[in-house]
Write a protein that binds this ligand. Structure first.
Ligand SMILES: *Cc1c(COP(=O)(O)O)cnc(C)c1O
Length: 351
């Protein structure tokens, strides 16, 4: 038994998974209790009267190519949120196991842990140097019960990148003890490449990617868990067989066509230009005390009077995210980069 299976819940490793109806597109499907006709309003190419292919092969291959890993290292799911949930359910026994997080960070890790009944160990990021991973503190705070360590890079809501060398040092220290999950929801906007290139050397390293942010498909719900083939096979036991709708599969494939990828790259470049412009302009705003450097498609702004800033934005028809409940972010608001016009509107509202 390898290290990944040893860390998993034994009942998941032993589970006999559900066998969906066989996928053989050359044959007529009289084995899945579907209707043989599509409904008149069906907008799909291949017919929503049919169940979709589980873990559709072509989409898996396209995402593997995009993320520069092998198809066996990819599990498709409904956004990274599903990847977070699957990791909890595969590795944490209720009332016994725990996860470790480094706040301030994305809230779903703790929520998924609470749903599963797993405990939460917190080791805050160090403020100096800016948002740094405290590798010795994480390793010291990692008792045997910690099965999963969640990192987010670029981090939501601070926008900062974790140094790759620190993450890899932690990966080396956790080998055989816990899975290290790195959420890269915003890595397309960052100046540093994905950690996916290091998966082969670290079987307990897991990278979460999504089409929700840089590929403008938040409404389609499509993301991927990247990990060792053994981990992907383990998670396939618990993901629902028809996790992705046929409409999502067709939409994602269209978004990954070469010309669509060209426009995605242009959009990402525009977001980065606007991020730099908005950061500089916000820093001059009387309402703003400090703008955090960001490697994502949002900015974190510390405000003198955050309530008044939220209200002023709302009067201009704009919603910004209040993240003041997060440790160390007592005056901070998170602003997603909008169109140039929307960004101008915020600057005007706060001037
Ligand atoms: C937005 C976000 C996600 C969720 O992404 P989905 O793929 O839409 O589920 C995951 N992680 C972080 C850090 C995010 O900010």
């Amino acid at each position: 038994m390898s290290a990944v299976t040893r860390l998993a819940r034994p009942e998941i490793a032993a589970l006999a998974p559900y066998e969906p109806a066989a996928w053989e597109p050359g044959l007529v499907r009289m084995h899945a209790n579907e209707l043989p006709w599509a409904c008149a309003q069906d907008p799909s190419q291949s017919g929503l009267n049919r169940y979709p292919e589980p873990q559709p092969r072509i989409l898996r291959e396209r995402l593997a190519a995009l993320y520069q890993v092998a198809p066996e290292q990819v599990l498709l799911g409904r956004g990274s949120d599903e990847g977070i949930d699957l990791m909890l359910r595969a590795f944490c026994r209720a009332g016994q196991d725990a996860i470790l997080i480094c706040p301030p960070t994305f809230g779903m890790y703790a929520v998924a842990a609470r749903i599963q009944g797993a405990a939460i160990v917190s080791v805050p990021l160090r403020r100096e140097p800016h948002d740094a991973l405290d590798v010795p503190a994480v390793l010291a705070a990692c008792p045997a019960a910690v099965k999963l360590v969640f990192l987010c890079s670029p981090n939501n809501p601070t926008g900062s990148l974790l140094r790759q060398s620190a993450v890899l040092e932690l990966a080396a220290g956790l080998a055989g003890r816990a899975m290290l999950v790195v959420d890269e929801a915003y890595v397309e906007f960052a100046s540093q490449p994905s950690l996916a290139g290091h998966l082969a050397r670290h079987p307990h390293l897991v990278v979460l990617r999504t089409l929700s942010k840089a590929y403008a498909l938040a409404g389609a719900r499509c993301g991927a868990v990247l990990g060792s083939p053994e981990l992907i096979a383990l998670l396939r036991r618990i993901i629902p067989p028809y996790a992705l709708t046929q409409l999502t599969v067709e939409t994602a494939l269209a978004a990954l066509a070469p010309t669509a990828l060209d426009s995605a790259r242009e959009r990402i470049a525009l977001v980065k230009r606007e991020r730099a412009r908005l950061a500089q302009a916000l820093a001059q705003c009387p309402r703003v005390q400090r703008v955090w450097p960001s490697e994502a498609n949002f900015l974190l702004a510390e405000c003198g009077d955050a309530d008044a800033a939220v209200a002023a934005a709302r009067r201009a028809g704009l919603l910004v995210r209040d993240v003041r409940a997060q440790p160390g972010l007592g005056t901070a608001l998170r602003i997603s980069i909008g169109t140039p016009q929307q960004n101008d509107r915020l600057l005007e509202a706060w001037s």
